[in-house]
Design a protein around this ligand. Structure first.
Ligand code: NI
Length: 256
């Protein structure tokens, strides 16, 4: 039992190999893969994968690096897709100041992030948040505009203080390949300090493959390496990590 809670199997890096990648995931013991859209087109691709493969679920949304002001038409389309039982979240949404240095475009990212938080609230959906080098603004927006919306801070890169605040909000911390890296910095200490009941494991494939696959194309099956590392840090069995993180994902995303 294991869930890759954040993947991009729709990526062109998997073109022509979708069946193989999904078989690999099944062989590795995964019972779900949640693919997240970063554009409207990619969100629709994730929905199509979810309709085609039992193991696949989808999140729909516009990523900060792809941010554009959402009109009524886009918001209506996201809402329509969300009605599909295999669509389990609005995401990935958030802020990315690592790649975006322009102040006007950062303002646009904040606006589009808030638009999608509002949408999630209206639809009663959880959110999957991407935050890179924008911890202050992301948390400010979540405190003000995210009230009552459940979610996960995916690919967590913040401080222990932020992790604790998210846990207090009832949120989850998503960990992936970087947890296994030698230069993982403070992340191992953070996962040790927060309850396993609040952690999700993910790959964010095709990028950021965990050790021992680092540098290769990442895929959902490799989430097992993240789970193993988490088990080692927490001093529990891999089985416990797989069972608990799967349960966490099922609770957050309403997967039966
Ligand atoms: Ni992602």
């Amino acid at each position: 039992m294991l869930i890759d809670t954040h993947a991009h199997v729709n990526s062109e890096k998997f073109a022509g190999e979708t069946e193989l990648i999904i078989e690999n995931a099944e062989r590795a013991g995964l019972d779900a893969i949640i693919n997240f859209g970063d554009t409207m087109e990619a969100s629709f691709e994730c929905l199509q994968l979810a309709r085609k493969y039992d193991i696949c679920y989808a999140g729909v949304g516009v990523h900060p690096e792809e941010a554009f002001l959402l009109g009524d038409e886009e918001l209506a389309r996201l809402a329509e897709w969300s009605k599909d039982p295999k669509v389990v979240a609005i995401g990935e949404i958030g802020l990315d100041y690592y790649w975006e240095k322009d102040q006007d475009k950062r303002q646009l990212q904040r606006t589009v992030f808030i638009q999608q938080l509002d949408l999630a609230r209206q639809l009663g959906m959880p959110v999957c948040v991407h935050n890179r080098d924008a911890h202050g603004d992301t948390m400010n927006i979540l405190r003000k505009e995210g009230k009552g919306i459940p979610g996960v801070m995916h690919c967590f890169s913040g401080s222990l203080e932020i992790a604790r605040e998210l846990v207090d909000m009832g949120w989850y911390i998503g960990v992936d390949g970087p947890l296994t890296f030698k230069n993982a910095a403070k992340l191992p200490e953070i996962v040790k300090a927060i309850p396993l009941e609040r952690i999700l494991v993910e790959t964010d494939c095709p990028y950021m493959a965990p050790v021992p696959m680092r540098g290769k194309r990442n895929e959902p099956a490799f989430v097992a390496f993240v789970a193993e590392k988490l088990a080692e840090l927490k001093g529990v069995s891999s089985e416990t990590v797989c069972r608990q993180t799967s349960l966490n994902a099922k609770v957050l995303y309403g997967i039966v």
